[in-house]
Write a protein of this length. Structure first.
Length: 275
């Protein structure tokens, strides 16, 4: 696996022309990021990064299982793909609470309910039998179930939905619901085969959907519980290039990029875990 990842990394570095050849190697920062909007933002900030004396080398990845392992193995210097709940779950899974830390909160992208067969939640509610796809990973599965409860397609067997799984789902009325858990990157290609799918914002956007215009139901934007963060190794937190990365991602250019590119589908957050 490590050989494959290193090969992939070398290919990406060779293919991305960032114009960093005049900067010193200690200013090189390797960062793994989801293709959209994460990597797109980093590409857009390339000139600003160079003005700070920072050379960004971006590795686009859509597999959630890889970026934290790359960071722990010191094959990259930072990653930008996950929200805080997912990160906390990963730290528990890999026993790395003392090794990885969030650097800065950057943006919030909403999870939404989408369908190619129905045009409204009301139509879904009237159907006697439903098949709904949700992400398979633990935190996004919980998030998806919360969304389905909020639009009154399901309820939970217990009063609290905390740490709920599909086994805790209780249908409303006589409706029968089958929950299919699918890897998040595959939801876009799979949701035509189900009645509806709950899709994370970045995969919906990458697949050509507008969360604001195409979703049947969208989670509340106002919460920062699922803010997407940049994560680094704790031992590198005070280094010059990591602090420059933080400065870069807290600049007004980030807000302008999301406003101009995503037209309200993504919100920035000014909150910083390490402020």
């Amino acid at each position: 696996m490590k050989k494959i990842l290193k090969f992939a990394w070398c290919v990406v570095v060779l293919c991305i022309a960032t114009g960093c050849h005049n900067l010193k190697s200690q200013n090189l920062l390797r960062i793994a990021a989801s293709p959209a909007p994460h990597a797109e933002l980093l590409y857009a900030l390339n000139e600003d990064a160079k003005a700070l004396g920072l050379c960004l080398k971006v590795l686009p990845l859509d597999d959630y299982r890889i970026p934290n392992r790359l960071l722990l193995d010191k094959q990259i210097d930072a990653n930008y793909f996950q929200h805080e709940e997912f990160f906390q779950d990963e730290c528990e899974r890999y026993n790395c609470v003392e090794e990885l830390v969030p650097l800065v909160r950057v943006h919030i992208e909403p999870m939404g309910l989408y369908s190619k067969k129905f045009s409204s939640v009301q139509e879904l509610r009237r159907k006697g039998k439903l098949t709904i796809a949700i992400p398979v990973d633990r935190t996004n599965s919980q998030r998806a179930l919360d969304l389905l409860e909020s639009c009154e397609l399901i309820s939970f067997k217990h009063t609290s939905s905390l740490n709920a799984t599909k086994r805790d789902v209780c249908t409303l009325g006589e409706r029968k619901i089958s929950i299919h858990e699918i890897a998040a990157p595959l939801l876009m290609s799979s949701f035509q085969d189900v009645d509806a799918a709950v899709i994370p914002g970045n995969f919906a956007i990458t697949g050509g959907l507008s969360p604001q215009e195409d979703s049947l139901w969208l989670e509340d934007f106002s919460t920062s519980k699922y803010a997407n963060i940049v994560v680094v190794r704790k031992e590198d937190l005070a280094t010059s290039k990591i602090q420059k990365l933080k400065q870069l991602l807290q600049s007004d250019r980030v807000r302008l990029f999301f406003e101009e590119t995503y037209k309200g589908n993504i919100l920035t957050t000014p909150l910083s875990p390490q402020s």
